[in-house]
Ligand binder design. Sequence first.
Ligand code: ZN
Length: 231
Amino acid sequence: MPKPAQLLLQHQRLVDRERVLRDNIERIESALASDPEVVQLEEKVEAARGAQQAVAGRLHESDRAREDHRSRLRSREKELMSGRIRNPTELMQMSEEVKHMKARFVEEEDAELQLMEDVEIADDTMSAATAELEAARARAAAEAPGLRAELEAFRSELAEVESAKEQIWAEVPLAARTAYSRQRVQPAVAEVANNQCTACRVTVTSRGMQMLRQGEEIVHCENCGRILVVA
Ligand SMILES: [Zn+2]
């Protein structure tokens, strides 16, 4: 028959194990629910898509503006060549205007080339991000069965730990239960090795050691107050 303090130590170890198992279960459940790398890459793809659409929109606008300027330039040139305008001042003005329009057109062409380059860069960024996301999704999918198996193992161990914990608790005498529940310093139980409390390293009195060997009563460390148990 184990001594009360030994039962408490076993109980404490099961409580510790239970905490580790619950943390593991939570970690795996959340990894299965949403893979952090996949989530991060989904955001990256969204951002790349937004940038791609914005630059494509700018290119489209620039195309339309250029089309518009081109047709205005052509109609002006036609007018200029038609010979209908005879007033030299007016002719001069119009030829100046056509010159400006041509110069602006060249500038717009350069800007458009730059935009086309930007579109290409945005497309490449989007393809790279999409490929990364697909790889991460494939990796997450490949990992899922292993994670599920791990989760199952942790869950069944947790069930065992919980029932063992209850069984042990049921064996703990009332006085020991009370001492354990009132204990504020955690962990509540400390082993004694070489006549020392392993939690605070203070030597246990010979009277304390005597009581511990008998093992029926709960002995507290005189320094840290923990419940002592002989290792
Ligand atoms: Zn101590």
